[in-house]
Write a protein that binds this ligand. Structure first.
Ligand SMILES: Nc1nc2c(ncn2[C@@H]2O[C@H](COP(=O)(O)OP(=O)(O)OP(=O)(O)O)[C@@H](O)[C@H]2O)c(=O)[nH]1
Ligand SMILES: [Mg+2]
Length: 363
């Protein structure tokens, strides 16, 4: 449910008085909070409880899942009043540094709290950039008005995306009206993030007719704004040239249904160039789409998609966890590898076995 408050998003600079610091933290056991304690803590803006609640939703224990579902349901009533911004780009493009700059801008110039969530599909493979992110956002991490949550380092990608969506709702209930989701620009992650945000920012680098061509057309199509980062020092001229190239490339892409025309700008997370413009661009987009109904329609469609994705994820988990399927999977895999059966027949037979289990028939 989106309880959007348009006035909250219209004007940014100086629009809100700085919010009061969060309540003094009471020492409490790390585990075992009741649902009411979680809820009260989140609603009161207690970041420790918020972090614990996100750990709860990331838990795979059935009892935790039930409590987490109840909590997310209750938080939903206080969520939605936010601007959700997704940021993607190749590793090293400067996403985290840019988020640090944007976050500091929001806190100091707009007096608004900001939550940063990270989806890192590579984390399982590489151990993740969790420490990197925390250190790249050092100033932000030290602020009472920021909440930074690195991605979990384990679990399937679908699961990670699922947890990020729920974490986003909890952050909104905690009064974070700016949610920034960072992902690295590889494969499925940028589509997943695009499907959970209102505004999608692609961070890229100068240098770069080649660079732009290297970016998959699909990602350019998703972008509401392309930011050419590191436009500082010797890089300024090249960055400005890349902006022109990006504008040209965007011009040939199909227009968005919302009537928004994607933009390109140069920025520097280090010098602060373009930071205000980036945020104003997100606000312009929100103003346009709120006025023509696309903002709410997009969020409604996202909720429908989340339901289906959660369903698919759950079905996959039920399927793979079933003892009979686990027992037979290896045999079928071997038969496929040795060419004794086709991948299609093997998959269909396993599915039939599973569906017969549900109907009580002998598999
Ligand atoms: N000159 C310059 N360097 C920058 C800028 N922004 C980031 N950097 C540097 O680029 C490097 C990578 O920055 P990150 O913010 O970690 O990049 P990222 O895109 O988050 O990287 P991953 O999370 O690993 O995908 C760091 O050494 C930053 O200091 C900028 O605007 N100008
Ligand atoms: Mg990063």
């Amino acid at each position: 449910m989106d309880h959007a408050n348009p006035s909250a998003l219209q004007v940014c600079p100086g629009c809100d008085p700085p919010q009061p610091p969060e309540p003094a933290r009471v020492s409490r056991r790390r585990k075992g909070l009741s649902r009411a304690q979680y809820l009260d803590g989140i609603l009161a803006g207690d970041r420790t409880v918020l972090a614990q609640a996100i750990t709860l939703i990331e838990s795979s224990r059935a009892a935790d899942r039930e409590l987490a579902d109840q909590l997310v349901e209750q938080c939903l009533r206080s969520s939605g009043n936010s601007l959700r911004v997704g940021i993607t780009g190749v590793p090293g493009a400067g996403k985290s540094t840019l988020i640090e700059a944007l976050g500091n801008y929001l806190i100091t110039e707009c007096g608004q709290k900001v939550a940063v969530l990270a989806i890192d599909p590579s984390s399982e493979r590489t151990g993740g950039s969790i420490l990197g992110d925390k250190t790249r956002m050092a100033t932000l991490a030290a602020s009472d008005m920021a909440f930074i949550r690195p991605s979990p380092s384990r679990g399937s990608f679908g699961g990670v995306a699922q947890h990020t969506r729920e974490a986003m709702l909890l952050c909104e209930a905690g009064g974070y009206r700016n949610i920034i989701v960072e992902t690295i620009g590889v494969g499925q992650s940028e589509t997943a993030v695009h499907n959970m945000v209102d505004f999608f920012l692609l961070v890229t680098l100068a240098g770069a007719g080649d660079e732009l061509q290297g970016i998959k057309r699909g990602v350019m199509e998703l972008a509401d704004l392309v930011a050419i980062n590191k436009a500082d020092g010797d890089n300024v001229v090249a960055a400005d040239r890349t902006v022109a190239e990006a504008k040209n490339a965007l011009h040939y892409l199909p227009g968005s249904r919302s009537g928004w025309t994607a933009r390109a700008i140069a920025c520097s997370a280090l010098t602060g160039r373009g930071i205000r413009e980036i945020w104003n661009c997100a606000l312009d987009n929100a103003a346009l789409t709120r006025a023509n109904g696309c903002f709410d329609e997009n969020r409604r469609e996202q909720r429908r998609r989340w339901m289906h994705e959660t369903l698919e994820l759950g079905l996959r988990q039920f399927f793979s966890a079933h003892p009979l399927i686990r027992m037979r999977m290896e045999t079928f895999e071997r038969e496929v590898l040795e060419g004794h059966t086709t991948p299609f027949r093997a998959a269909r037979t396993l599915l039939e076995m599973y569906s017969n289990l549900g109907s009580g028939r002998t598999p």
